[in-house]
Design a protein around this ligand. Structure first.
Ligand code: NAD
Ligand code: TYD
Length: 352
């Protein structure tokens, strides 16, 4: 079996669902169920004996040791993290705790477990670390996209904590020989995306007739990848990636935030027209995020060259599926908009 950490979050749950749809190999899913973890994402797996869920913290060494020795996974796929830049600005402590200390703890547990393996089990074991393009910092308009050889220049507490975890993973390979793989991916979007992030926030606010808060001038650029393409990229690297290597995963799709928001509005105008008028009327420019990175872009040629991976979705097809998913899953949306979610909206947006 494989051990997935953070498998109740946005990308982790998509990964678990895709994995179990394509493989007979069971998944052990360790998740602390923070505000971002949601068992409703995994509701379709109810009664599926190939999915074993454990509610726990990656920082709990005794628990991780016990899970590894009991279930003997052939790989660890490490998604668990605090993942939201704005939250890292309001409270960086949790990011250091989970992303840095939690990854350290997992690496130490993996190293001890791997040391007990022999023969093929030892040779085939993998520790796959899921990371972000944000570790590379911010690009100028004409800079080439991020390659795996770019220096690390993280600018937010979130990206600094992910950069730190990437360095730990690298060091555990070089020093102890732990068989690691790291993937650095661009901004994901798709089903089960928590509505604190740009795309789902715009969809749920628009449907509620609320302002669509665009930070600064809205000209910040991100590369956007449909989440299922990220999952297929991870599977490709897990299956064939070279040990100790890092692979960038991206969608070849750079877009300015304001154009993302306008695309979402246009799709909603088509699929769920509002009698009050076009959704773009709700676009509201608000105070920028401190230290806001201007541009991210990914050079994904290495994973294509070595492993033959390319995204299956274009932004046009992926965003249409995403908006349709949110329109068809109003109950999921209502359930995640709990009291804690409202507290976050007040903390992040009231003073802008
Ligand atoms: P998310 O915030 O939606 O989910 C994170 C999950 O981790 C949640 O289920 C949460 O409960 C769990 N978790 C948090 N702390 C934990 C702990 N201490 N122990 C166990 N579980 C814990 O995040 P996501 O967007 O799904 O991102 C998953 C991974 O992918 C992260 O490592 C993130 O850095 C990386 N990533 C995300 C994106 C993106 O666009 N969202 C892009 C590139 C890389
Ligand atoms: P986000 O989804 O938080 O991802 P990240 O910061 O990791 O790239 O934000 C994507 C972009 O959208 C980023 O440039 C910030 C911007 N943004 C807004 O303009 N308004 C918002 O309300 C949010 C959440 C993000």
């Amino acid at each position: 079996m494989i051990l997935v950490t953070g498998g109740a979050g946005f990308i982790g749950s998509n990964f678990v669902l895709d994995w179990l749809a394509q493989s007979d190999e069971p998944v052990l899913n360790l998740d602390a169920l923070t505000y971002a973890g949601n068992l409703a994402n995994l509701a379709s797996l109810h009664g599926n004996s190939r999915h074993v869920f454990v509610h726990g913290d990656i920082g709990d060494r005794a628990l991780v040791d016990q899970l590894l020795s009991t279930h003997q996974p052939r790989a660890i796929l490490h998604f668990a993290a605090e993942s939201h830049v704005d939250r890292s600005i309001h409270g960086p402590g949790a990011f250091m705790k989970t992303n840095v200390e939690g990854t350290f703890n997992l690496l130490e547990a993996a190293r001890a477990y791997w040391g007990t393996l022999q023969g093929d089990a030892k040779a085939n074991f993998r520790f796959h670390h899921v990371s972000t393009d944000e570790v590379y910092g911010s690009l100028k308009p004409k800079d080439p996209p991020f390659a795996e050889t770019n220096p690390y220049e993280p600018n937010s507490p979130y990206s600094a904590s992910k950069a730190a975890s990437d360095h730990l993973v690298r060091a555990w390979h070089h020093t102890y020989g732990l068989p690691v793989l790291t993937t650095n991916c661009s901004n994901n979007y798709g089903p089960y995306h928590f509505p604190e992030k740009l795309i789902p926030l715009m969809i749920v606010n628009a449907l509620a007739g609320k302002p669509l808060p665009v930070y600064g001038d809205g000209q910040q650029i991100r590369d956007w990848l449909y989440v299922k393409d990220h999952c297929s990229g991870i599977r490709a690297v897990l299956a064939g990636g070279r040990l100790g290597e890092t692979y960038n995963i991206g969608g070849w799709n750079e877009m300015a935030n304001i154009d993302i928001v306008k695309t979402v509005c246009a799709l909603l105008d088509e699929l769920r027209p509002d009698p009050a008028g076009p959704y773009a009327r709700l676009i509201t420019y608000v105070t920028d995020r401190p230290g806001h990175d201007r541009r991210y872009a990914i050079d994904a040629r290495k994973i294509e060259r070595e492993l033959g991976w390319r995204p299956a979705e274009t932004f046009a097809t992926g965003i249409r599926k995403t908006v349709q998913w949110y329109l068809s899953n109003a109950e999921w949306v209502a359930n995640v908009q709990s009291g804690a979610y409202k507290d976050w909206l007040a903390a992040n947006y009231q003073a802008r």
